[in-house]
Design a protein around this ligand. Sequence first.
Ligand code: PGA
Length: 257
Amino acid sequence: MADVQRTPVIAGNWKMNKFIAEAAATTSELVPLVSGVSGVKIIVCPVFTALSATADAAKGSNVEVGAQNCYTKESGAYTGEISPHMIKDAGCQWTIIGHSERREYFKESNALLNEKCAFALANGLKVMFCIGETLEQREGGQMNDVLRTQLVEGLQGRTDEEFKSIVIAYEPVWAIGTGVTATVEQAQEAHAFVRGVVRDTFGDAVADAVRIQYGGSVKPDNAGELIQNPDVDGFLVGGAALQAESFAAIIKAGAAN
Ligand code: PGA
């Protein structure tokens, strides 16, 4: 395997939290806390209504801004949806695609997520593409099949060039918002498996370079050991990213590696 340096990507997924002023205030608090931190990519993902104010608060800093979802059309009669250009117009460079909450509550299929990812990339957004197994699937021995299917069906067709703008987020559903984090060993095992599937499907160059974030109850006190894993290249953080101070502590733990 080539010895490739993968700069960690640490993103806060604020989910359906924070009014506009709160999102801007948290960002303004975060910016000075992480201004001297290098060797890590930092992203916050607020709700749609707060994208623009958050991007304004982050302007000129090392904090980038992303959306939590993005549709497959440019404009038109798609009530309730938002396009990549609209997200970019709000000052953002990123979008999350395929979070398990979208898969579960909004029935987003691998086929739809493939389309969403392709369209976002084609229109100049970078993508954090989420995958992850439920507890039932893990205990039923289906974890590897589920992860392989989500990866292959969700990302098939993407080119080596497009993969430069894709980060994969491995988030075991049983660890999201539960306070139960995957152990360091469980995380490494899953991440190595995911990289192996990427290698088999998309080749060595993509597998060596693609960043794989871990997500699921990441906290300041477990980030440092999780990032030690050779295949963990950052985090997607929910609850612990809501406060600037704890998110900054996770960023510093990730960057210190
Ligand atoms: P959590 O959420 O950190 O609150 O577990 C992670 C996520 O869903 O991205």
